[in-house]
Ligand binder design. Structure first.
Ligand SMILES: [Zn+2]
Length: 327
């Protein structure tokens, strides 16, 4: 959100606290106001501190220059016709759920007549998740593997399964003080292919700046597919090639990418069963967003709410015509 002057405080939140703090849309409006102006109203046009509120339109008017400002401008809540309290509930549920929420269920619970309305709301929240994660770079050793999404019409499996959407998963890996390996941050992309060129583009986007002498990502761990061999040579990365003789071993040998793939499959087969490949990237970004915040359960709501008010919206038309989000 523009005009925000302090670092956000990510307060702990659970269902009881949420219900206590956000009973009405006015409570949500107050939260937005206090987040935007933690030290009190300040006119974005002239800096004046006195205002009148035009409550029916969620607007605040500067008493000196008459400039009108909306607390939802520049956020995914901008110009929404849905009451803020319904938005906050959806954000709370999406933030605190482990595997994602069923939109049909939320439509009933929040009494939203039009399914498309809540469908768009949920995708706007997913866009906020993706925008938040897009700023994070991976470092050190990065485990990379591919997976596939789509109907199992073909008997072909693995890299020959042409009808399926290709997913490329990357997870940074580090060691704690006892030498135990831990997963760090993850990214996942829907990709046209698993060529060295595509993987190179992804590596550039998530970590390796081609202008840097010391790339942030210095090593990759993969199953040794030829694209990885080529790209590690081209980018000067150390390549830890895992030899997989039995496909059952991938979970053990490439554990972190496969943990994320398992999370994604649970979501794609559960609350979001039957999603179209056009919108797949956004669902995948939701899975990553949750994976990347797995240690911050209590702060999940405030973190997501902050993401939602820190990113520009995407319109319903953009959502429908452009399946891939721009990052
Ligand atoms: Zn003013």
């Amino acid at each position: 959100m523009t005009g925000q002057e302090e670092r956000p405080k990510y307060e702990d939140m659970n269902l009881l606290l949420f219900q206590e703090e956000f009973k009405t849309s006015d409570d949500c409006q107050r939260w937005l106001f206090n987040t935007r102006w933690p030290n009190g109203f300040k006119c974005p046009n002239c800096g004046h501190e006195r205002y009148s509120s035009i409550t029916t339109r969620n607007l605040y008017k500067c008493l000196k220059c008459n400039y009108q400002v909306s607390v939802t401008a520049g956020t995914i809540l901008h110009k929404t016709k849905t009451p803020l309290i319904k938005w906050f509930w959806l954000i709370f549920r999406m933030a605190t759920s482990k595997t994602g929420v069923s939109i049909a269920e939320m439509q009933r619970e929040l009494e939203i007549t039009d399914y498309k309305t809540i469908w768009v709301m949920a995708h706007k929240i997913r866009k906020a998740m993706a925008d938040r994660d897009a700023t994070y770079k991976l470092a050190g050793l990065v485990e990379i593997d591919e997976s596939f999404y789509g109907p199992s019409t073909s008997k072909k499996r693995g890299r020959g399964a042409e009808n399926k959407a290709k997913l490329i998963i990357a997870v940074s890996v580090w060691k704690d003080e006892h030498g135990n390996e831990k997963p760090g941050f993850a990214h996942a992309f829907v990709a046209d292919d698993a060529s060295a060129k595509t993987i190179g583009k992804i590596l550039n986007r998530i970590g390796v700046p081609d202008t840097e002498i010391d790339p942030i990502i210095n090593a990759i761990r993969t199953d040794g597919w030829r694209s990885y061999q080529k790209i590690s040579k081209d980018l000067g990365l150390v390549h830890h090639r895992i030899v997989i003789t039995d496909p059952k071993d991938t979970m053990k040998l490439l554990p972190w990418t496969h943990k994320l793939i398992a999370n994604a499959k649970a979501v794609f087969q559960g609350p979001h069963r039957g999603i179209s490949t056009k919108h797949l990237q956004r669902y995948l970004s939701e899975v990553c967003y949750r994976f990347n915040r797995r240690y911050w359960n209590q702060q999940a709501f405030h973190r997501l709410l902050t993401a939602c008010v820190s990113t520009n919206t995407i319109t319903r038309d953009e959502l429908m015509t452009n399946g891939e989000q721009s990052q």
